[in-house]
Design a protein. Structure first.
Length: 277
């Protein structure tokens, strides 16, 4: 997870938002996990669906798809969830990267309300919820005109900016560094670039560079290069050939590996292996 969140402060903000707007709101991290929400208890309609494993998995898949779309669009958008309710989502951005998401959930459109109810009941039936139970639960969710839903989505955009501005959501520091360190270590033998790392961690180059500087004392690609050389040294000490050590450390070009190794260690890979055999 590249972002970290002040859940106590977020709870205060979400409570204020709910008091003003009356719509349940959740904050998700960059790995699509719920960080906090208000109110804490979901409406009965959703609780009934989530009472089953299939329902929980469907909700999880729906949230993930919404987050991925928000990550691509980089702005608030309104959609219908897998159970027929109207929701809105916007990304929480920092330095051009996405570190989380804010979601307005569990709304029913006032327009064609009866049709929306029937559709939601039909979708909920897939998870074993009886129509009468769904109808009773849906009556707890106030219908909202499209104009109000769109206005709430615009306010959601402002809230996401406020959360970032007040530093309630920020780069993850130690946690983010450990995630980067683990990913780099697991992928050293393959192609690693700043673009690939940014895509994997959903962040900008400047955010990635900032974390690397703070945690490793160097830029992100300098860190990758240093880890490659350390891997190569270990491989050579273990008796691998120079070509094998180069491949295991992610170097496709043998000559480039030898130059990079000499630049870092002051000797050739062969000389290093001879001294440490």
């Amino acid at each position: 997870m590249i972002g970290s969140f002040d859940t106590q402060k977020l709870q205060e903000v979400l409570k204020d938002f709910y008091t003003a707007v009356g719509i349940r709101i959740s904050i998700f991290d960059d790995e699509f996990n719920a960080v906090t929400e208000y109110p804490l208890v979901p409406p009965k309609f959703c609780a009934n669906i989530r009472a089953t494993r299939a329902g929980r998995e469907a909700c999880r898949a729906c949230d993930r798809a919404a987050c991925l779309r928000a990550q691509k669009l980089r702005e608030a958008h309104i959609y219908t969830c897998h159970a027929g309710l109207t929701e809105a989502i916007t990304p929480i951005q920092l330095d051009g990267g996405v570190i989380g998401y804010a979601i307005l959930a569990h709304m029913m459109p006032a327009e064609d309300y009866s049709a929306a109810q029937e559709n939601a009941c039909s979708l909920a039936a897939r998870f074993g919820t009886a129509r009468e139970d769904s109808l009773a639960a849906l009556r707890e969710i106030a219908p909202r005109p499209a104009e109000q839903i769109h206005a709430a989505a615009r306010v959601l955009d402002a809230l996401a900016a406020y959360v970032q501005m007040r530093n309630f959501a920020r780069l993850g520091g130690g946690t983010a560094a450990r995630e980067i360190e683990k990913f780099v270590s697991e992928n050293l033998s393959g192609k690693l670039s700043a673009d690939l790392l940014c895509k994997h961690f959903h962040c900008s180059r400047s955010s990635l560079h900032q974390i690397a500087r703070r945690a490793f004392g160097m830029g992100i690609m300098e860190y990758v290069a240093s880890r490659r050389i350390e891997r190569a040294k270990r491989c050579l000490r273990e008796g691998m050939s120079i070509a094998e050590a180069a491949a295991a450390s992610g170097y496709e070009d043998y000559s480039y590996f030898c130059r990079a190794f000499r630049r870092a260690e002051g000797c050739s890979p062969g000389e290093y292996r001879a001294r440490n055999a």
